[in-house]
Design a protein. Structure first.
Length: 425
């Protein structure tokens, strides 16, 4: 380690110790929230406690949220909030949700423990640094003293001048070693008390999966209704008309062959249109290009056929599973369709990668922005489609643009095949 690195590391340690000392008053401030919450519960009987409890709980959760944020910065891992989502059914329902939430009482137990840890972990490292510095400063004070008798009384043996620097070195080494460890100890306790427990995480996961399953069932039902409607209004109606035309042609064939030939020509035309509609319907369920050429080829074809100019950058070393492949294809198609319809964009781009066991798709456009996943909208439908595969949807769309939609789907690739392309339409 060079001298410059040593100075920089020392400055970082001293900054960390100073920040730990600065957090000490913040840790003690949390104690004020304890009586505020405890007093609010009995006052619920006289109604005054309802707004008081809501305010006290909001302050406590904001305080613990700040502690979780700090702990996640120190530990390098996310510390999520374990609280139940409040139900918007009136103040009393919210109070009941707060009072029956185990995370509320864990927050309350955390406050005094955090105060103790904040003082210990904030003061001790600073004390070690100060004692280490004093080990070198005190002998200098003795040597500069004008009163020789005072020096003789204070330092009775010459060994005191050697012992003080040795103790200073020991304290500095202890301060160097303990400063980051005290911060990690405090952050670990914060994570242990404020992060969701295994049971709570499992319960939340079950709830997410139940919601995802319900969304998937609704989406499948809507898709079946769409297919039924398209068949009823399109191909089925044409096939019925085709049957009627053939029946009439059969009746006219004996005494009016010309009229029968005309009806047969119309029937042939109707059969061609019905066949085309059936092909379009099947293509909407699972495009043939997706089955034949895989996701990379299907997305390139989609980019080339799109009305906007789409730059496609797809790199996949194989093919995802068919359901994931289909979900990714239709999600990209829906996103690009939304960009063409609503964004006012003149061009778009697509980037697809598979890294770390996740299929990552990023779609951007140069439109006006302001896109949100509203209920009943196309982006909300994409979110539900991806959730069925434990996928996620992220939207960055400031007003004025640009819009960037990010999708991630956990999946594995099958047959190894190198595909790298860049297409423009």
């Amino acid at each position: 380690m060079t001298d410059h690195d040593l100075v920089r590391a020392t400055r970082a340690r001293l900054t960390q110790a100073a920040l730990g000392l600065a957090r000490t008053p913040l840790s003690l401030v949390g104690l004020l929230l304890i009586p505020l919450q405890l007093v609010a519960y009995p006052l619920i009987l006289v109604t005054l406690g309802v707004p008081l409890l809501l305010v006290a709980t909001a302050l406590a959760r904001r305080y613990t949220g700040l502690c979780r944020w700090w702990a996640s910065r120190v530990l390098g891992v996310e510390v999520p909030a374990p609280h139940r989502a409040p139900e918007n059914r009136g103040p009393m329902t919210r109070v009941r949700t707060i009072a029956t939430d185990p995370a509320t009482w864990r927050d309350l137990a955390f406050l005094p423990l955090n105060a103790i840890l904040g003082v210990v972990c904030g003061v001790l490292p600073v004390a070690f640094w100060i004692n280490g510095v004093l080990g070198f400063v005190v002998p200098l004070i003795w040597l500069d003293a004008d009163d020789v008798e005072y020096v003789a009384m204070t330092a009775t043996t010459p060994g005191s001048f050697v012992l003080a620097p040795l103790l200073g070195i020991a304290f500095l080494a202890l301060a160097w070693w303990s400063t980051p460890r005290f911060a990690r100890l405090h952050a670990t306790v914060v994570k242990w008390l404020l992060a969701p427990s295994a049971t709570a995480a499992l319960t939340d996961r079950v709830r997410v999966l139940a919601d995802s399953r319900a969304d998937t069932v609704d989406a499948q039902a809507a898709e079946l209704r769409r297919i039924e409607r398209d068949l009823h209004d399109g191909a089925q109606a044409r096939l019925v008309a085709l049957g009627l035309s053939l029946g009439m042609a059969e009746e006219l064939l004996a005494h009016d062959p010309d009229a029968a030939l005309k009806l047969l020509a119309e029937a042939r035309q109707s059969s061609t249109v019905a066949l085309a509609e059936l092909r379009d319907l099947v293509r909407g369920i699972h495009p043939p290009v997706l089955a034949d050429r895989g996701l990379d080829g299907a997305l390139r074809a989609l980019a080339l056929a799109h009305p906007l100019r789409v730059d496609a950058d797809v790199e996949l070393a194989g093919r995802p599973e068919a359901p994931v492949e289909s979900a990714a294809y239709f999600a990209v198609a829906e996103t690009l369709t939304n960009a063409a319809k609503h964004s006012g964009a003149t061009s778009a781009w697509l980037r697809v990668r598979h890294e770390g066991g996740r299929l990552s798709l990023m779609i951007g456009d140069d439109g006006r922005g302001g896109a949100v996943a509203g209920e009943g909208g196309g982006l909300r439908g994409i979110e539900r489609r991806l959730a069925a595969f434990d996928g996620t949807l992220g939207i960055a769309s400031p007003v004025g643009g640009p819009t960037i939609v990010t999708m991630e789907l956990p999946c594995a690739l099958s047959s190894v095949k190198t595909s790298s392309s860049s297409g423009t339409a």
